[in-house]
Design a protein around this ligand. Sequence first.
Ligand code: MN
Length: 268
Amino acid sequence: MKNFVIGDIQGCYKGMRKLLKSANFNPKQDKLWAVGDLVARGAQSLETLQYLNDLGPSHFDTVLGNHDLHLIAMAYGISTPKPLDKLAPLINHSSFNQLIDWLCTKKLALNPTKNHFISHAGLYPAWSTKKALALSEEVSTALSGPKRAKFLKNMYGNNPTIWDDKLEGEERLRFVVNAFTRMRFLQGKELEFKTKCHPESAPKNLKPWFACPNSNLKKNKVLIFGHWASLMGETKTQSIIALDTGYVWDKTMTLYCIETSKYFSQQA
Ligand SMILES: [Mn+2]
């Protein structure tokens, strides 16, 4: 049994299946973990979710990305489709509500092994992985319970931009969602949401989250994330693994095997 982690799929079902085949992924034995953004820009978001759901909980798990949360918010009429999204076949399908309920059981952070940590955008530099997992649970409580619609309504917005343990209620949950699903750069301790480019092209006062010192991060931890296609897998740190390599931008989809540390790649 092997654990594989796949980068942003974005509804690119065929590319995903080719990539899994090239790695000899065995859906009856192995487990697939996803870094989120399962849906949106590709043409087959419906087929993607159906396939992943059909793998079953012993063979698949995912963290939620910003596009997954956007889809959930759309199901509640809180958000509207983005111009480049191709979500209509999924939204109009009879299994849509069931797939939304399934997505709402998914977390913002997971630990496939004691030392591996997965989230969509990364780990906010003030948090240990243990704290991050606890904060992910706080959001899951809101997303999977009777207050789901209220949570989704308050989820959007850029503030607060700095974490404070004393944050409460909707502000606390909004920060946690933004850090786990939208973060790329920080200015000091502050989240900055506008800049999406490669760190070398970014303003000098901005640092990628993974280049900010984290005194709470244990040395043996491996952080795995997606979301940031312009990185093209480049973090300059072996224990920080960036898996979004821009398949929807005509680049590649990436799969990583935890046991062998091997990478697999599918060209768009
Ligand atoms: Mn994303």
